[in-house]
Design a protein around this ligand. Sequence first.
Ligand code: ADP
Ligand code: 5GP
Length: 190
Amino acid sequence: MKKGRILVFSAPSGSGKTTLVHYLMQHTSNLHFSVSATSRPPRGKEQNGIDYFFLTPAEFKEKISQGDFIEYEEVYQDTFYGTLKSQVESQLERGENVILDIDVKGALNVKNIYGTESLTVFIQPPSVDTLRQRLIDRGTDSLSAIEKRVAKATYEMTFADKFDTIIINDRLEDAQREVLKVVGNFLDND
Ligand code: ADP
Ligand code: 5GP
């Protein structure tokens, strides 16, 4: 049986990655979301096993030493995130495609491991000012948290040209069409 393939989405916070990944999953069959592990506590309505596997820092370290991760990163200071082999490899073996939503460095590490069996997609906002405005309009972060995210975004955007594809999320309908096209080409291409 043909093995599944991996889609890896990264973007600065507020670029519209969640919006586009949800849209893609609604319009693509045989695509499964990989739930990551993190050492941070749940936020708001997040549920264990659905949004993340929430681990203590000690449990996270134990999994590192057991080789349970495909990749992991300290995305924020003292806060680890990692892609579990158990979330990805059995699905690929069953011929299912898997989508990862991970940070820029993790994405490039996955590309190094899976090569042409993976597609890395960078979702880019039209400008930093637009990104800031979307975060303000979303209304989920304080102004100081927004400025931190914007500063980090500028750094993350320096990685964009290392991705297989960059999708600029200006008009949402255009970005949605582009995501379906790029992913469709990749998954249908033997
Ligand atoms: P991320 O997951 O990258 O942090 P979200 O998907 O939560 O981003 O999007 C950030 C905010 O911007 C949300 O309020 C979303 O509804 C809005 N948004 C997403 N794409 C667009 C777009 N093309 N134009 C305007 N607003 C958008
Ligand atoms: P948040 O805490 O806002 O849910 O996520 C913070 C960041 O961690 C996001 O950029 C997200 O893409 C990234 N992230 C989530 N899971 C993983 C993972 O498994 N590996 C890596 N490298 N980054 C991840």
